[in-house]
Write a protein that binds this ligand. Structure first.
Ligand SMILES: Cc1cc2nc3c(=O)[nH]c(=O)nc-3n(C[C@H](O)[C@H](O)[C@H](O)COP(=O)(O)OP(=O)(O)OC[C@H]3O[C@@H](n4cnc5c(N)ncnc54)[C@H](O)[C@@H]3O)c2cc1C
Length: 244
C-alpha cells in the first residue's frame, strides 16, 4: 500500500441515528475503496489554521460509492460536537485512509461471524453487516450490542430490518442504564453468564470482532477467551482517544 495522504471530502448527507449520534455521508472523490472494519483519520482545519484530527470507523459497506462515518457527540470533546451538531452538506473536511489491516472482515470467510459492540463500537461492525447483507450465501452472524438506554441504540431500525431478513443476523440488545416499559431485550452488562448463553458454539469456529470503549473491549475479550475462544480468533478495536 502506498503512503497515505490527506484528501478532500465533501459532506453530501447527514442523518441522526440517536439524539447524540449522527451519520455523515461523504463524497471522497477518487476514494481507493475500503474493507469492512477499517477506519479513516478525519482532519478539520479552522480559519486561523488550527487543525485537529481524530479516527472514525467507516460505517458504509465497501461497495457503496460514498463513505459514511457515524459519530457520537462527547459533550466535552473537541471534534465530535462539531461533526455531530454543526457539519452540514457542502462542508469540506479531509480524510486519510482507509487504515487498518487486522480488524477487517473478508466476506469470503465462511466462519460464523460473532460481533460484540459497546455504544458507537457498533460502527465498524455495521460495515460488516452491511457487506454481509449483499452476499448470496452469508455465514451465520450474531451481534451483541450494549447501549445505555433504548434511545441510545445506534442503527436500531436498520438492525431490526436486517434481523428480520431471511438469513439475517441475530441481534441481541442489552441496556445498561435504564429500560423503557415493555422492553423485551436484556438489561445489564454482558457478563460471563450472558456470554456463555449467547456466544456461538466453539465447535463452529466463529470469528469474533469486539469494538467499543477500552474497558468494554478488554472485559469482553477476556470473557470470550475464558470461554475457550482462541485469542487469535477474537479481534479487537478500541475507541480510545486519538487526539492530535
Ligand atoms: C480506530 C478508532 C475508530 C474510532 N471510530 C469512532 C467512530 O466510528 N465513532 C465515534 O464516535 N468515535 C470513534 N472513535 C473515537 C474518536 O476518534 C474520538 O476519540 C471521539 O470522537 C472523541 O473526540 P473529541 O475530539 O470529541 O473528544 P476529545 O477532545 O478527544 O476528548 C475525548 C475525551 O477525553 C477527555 N480529554 C481530552 N483531553 C484530555 C486530557 N488532556 N486529559 C484528560 N481527559 C481529556 C475529554 O474530556 C473527553 O471526555 C474511534 C477511535 C479510534 C481509535
Amino acid at each position: 500500500m502506498g503512503r497515505l495522504t490527506w484528501q478532500a471530502a465533501t459532506v453530501v448527507g447527514a442523518r441522526w441515528e440517536t439524539p447524540r449520534v449522527r451519520s455523515l455521508v461523504l463524497d471522497a472523490g477518487a476514494w481507493p475503496g475500503h474493507r469492512a472494519g477499517q477506519h479513516v483519520d478525519v482532519r478539520l482545519t479552522a480559519e486561523d489554521g488550527y487543525t485537529a484530527q481524530r479516527s472514525y470507523s467507516i460505517a458504509s459497506a465497501p461497495e457503496e460509492p460514498t463513505v459514511t462515518l457515524t459519530v457520537e457527540r462527547l459533550d466535552d470533546g473537541e471534534v465530535s460536537p462539531y461533526l455531530v451538531d454543526e457539519a452540514m452538506p457542502g462542508d469540506r473536511l479531509e480524510l486519510r485512509g482507509p487504515i487498518g489491516g487486522h480488524f477487517v472482515w473478508c466476506p469470503d470467510d465462511p466462519s460464523p461471524l460473532q460481533l460484540l459492540a459497546g455504544g458507537s463500537g457498533v460502527v465498524p461492525l455495521m460495515a460488516m453487516l452491511r457487506a454481509r447483507a449483499g452476499l448470496a450465501s452469508p455465514p451465520p452472524a450474531i451481534l451483541l450490542l450494549s447501549s445505555r438506554t433504548a434511545d441510545d441504540i445506534i442503527y436500531r431500525d436498520e438492525l431490526a430490518a436486517l434481523a428480520r431478513r431471511e438469513e439475517g443476523p441475530r441481534v441481541v440488545h442489552t441496556l445498561t442504564r435504564s429500560a423503557p416499559p415493555g422492553w423485551e431485550g436484556r438489561t445489564g452488562r454482558y457478563d460471563a453468564a450472558a456470554l456463555a448463553e449467547l456466544a456461538l458454539p466453539l465447535s463452529t469456529r466463529p470469528l469474533t470482532y469486539v469494538c467499543g470503549p477500552t474497558a468494554f473491549v478488554e472485559s469482553m475479550a477476556s470473557l470470550l477467551t475464558g470461554l475457550g475462544h482462541p485469542p487469535g480468533r477474537v479481534r479487537t478495536e478500541r475507541f480510545g482517544a486519538t487526539g492530535g
